[in-house]
Design a protein around this ligand. Structure first.
Ligand SMILES: [Zn+2]
Length: 393
């Protein structure tokens, strides 16, 4: 969830040489090759290729894609994954306050992205450097859910109490306590963390809603004249959401906005079947923007005039699923596009012919789950993980 621009949004994908990409372009198939995908994820689980070296700091995110991907494929119980070892590794990345007073010292005590972002413990066993952040904490909890860890054993109070240190006056969240960009990605992570820990004391939901809430272009002008803070304006004139107030509508930002509002209880499930005029966002405009993102090749684009990309079948497809408008897309065309991004080695690339990477593979699986591919577990769209992991159903 960390990347902001479209290119950065895809930064978690592994780079590959042009020559290798050519070789993979012949691998598309007319079928979802589940067994090959399981083999691909197991290979990633056991040993990451060197292309991922520069992403070492995001190792927990990569682990989430592999473990939660196996869960989506319905394979986690049938492969050589030591669930206890996985949960022990994840828990080793937790930042711990040295005492209760630390919880209000301005720092966040969530999960680190990798062992290298933790320094050695001092004489009392306390790690001296705290680089824990919201995105890594979301991924940690997603993995722990996937392997069936008992959440009663998690020190949720230290996470939630210190998470309030990250919420800003305007309702947005910083990802880490020593500052960084603030936008919808981290509002979403905070909402997902509270939902998974079943405790909303970690955030001020009304303030977060105020950050997300939006108005149309005409209202935007009115708001300026009426001296309404620009921070309240996130839905763009075209109906989508930008990552920050006033920025261009974007598939990832729109997902974060709608999923956060769903998790916080401000939008009903399948709201399009109900009285849309009572909604806090402009649903017809949002629906129109989402549907227009399905391109002529059947895939979804993240923004207007951009090429189709595997991952937006999740980001925008999930928004449509949450709103109740998923049946309005051309599913066969989407399936056809996604299969052109499927590698003969297992996994999905960003675009047709690209080599597979963990990021696009995971979101390819979520997209096929939305398409109800046989053998895949149902997806909880607002949490980006299986319904069984998220809700126990
Ligand atoms: Zn992408």
């Amino acid at each position: 969830m960390e990347p902001a621009t479209e290119n950065e949004w895809d930064r978690l994908s592994s780079s590959s040489s042009d020559g290798e990409e050519q070789a993979a372009s012949d691998g598309s198939s007319s079928q979802f090759n589940r067994q090959q995908h399981v083999a691909f994820l197991m290979m990633m689980y056991e040993s990451l290729p060197h292309h991922y070296q520069y992403q070492e700091i995001n190792r927990i995110t990569l682990a989430h894609f592999a473990i939660s991907g196996l869960c989506l494929l319905g394979a986690l119980d049938r492969v050589r994954v030591d669930k206890d070892a996985v949960s022990d590794w994840v828990l080793s990345l937790k930042a711990h306050p040295s005492n209760k007073a630390d919880l209000t010292n301005g720092e966040f005590y969530g999960f680190h992205g990798s062992p290298s972002s933790q320094l050695h413990p001092d004489d009392n066993g306390v790690l001296m450097h705290n680089g824990s952040n919201l995105a890594s904490t979301y991924c940690a909890l997603a993995i722990l859910k996937a392997v069936g860890y008992n959440f009663a054993n998690i020190d949720s109070k230290s996470i939630l109490t210190s998470m309030r240190n990250l919420q800003q006056h305007d309702g947005s969240f910083m990802p880490i306590h020593f500052g960084a960009e603030k936008d919808l990605r981290f509002v979403y992570c905070a909402a997902a963390i509270c939902f998974l820990l079943e405790d909303w004391s970690g955030m001020d939901r009304e303030r977060a809603k105020a950050y997300i809430l939006n108005c149309q272009f005409v209202q935007h002008i009115l708001c300026i004249y009426a001296d309404i803070p620009l921070m309240l304006l996130l839905q763009s004139y075209d109906g989508g959401f930008g990552l920050t107030p006033g920025s261009e509508s974007h598939g990832g930002g729109t997902y974060c906005a709608v999923a956060s509002l769903r998790l916080m209880g401000f939008i009903e499930d399948n709201v399009l079947s109900k009285n849309m005029s009572s909604s806090i966002i402009d649903l017809p405009l949002l629906l129109s923007w989402c549907l227009q993102r399905q391109a002529a090749d059947g895939g979804f684009q993240g923004r207007a005039n951009k090429p189709s990309d595997t991952c937006y079948a999740f980001w925008i497809g999930s928004v449509l699923r949450m709103l109740g408008g998923y049946n309005l897309i051309d599913k066969e065309a989407l399936r056809g596009f996604l299969l052109t991004c499927q590698s003969q080695y297992g996994g999905f690339g960003k675009c047709p012919g690209d080599l597979p990477d963990l990021y696009h593979s995971f979101y390819g699986y979520t997209a096929f789950s939305l398409l109800e591919e046989p053998g895949l577990n149902p997806l909880c769209a607002e949490l980006g993980m299986t319904e069984f992991s998220a809700l126990g159903i």
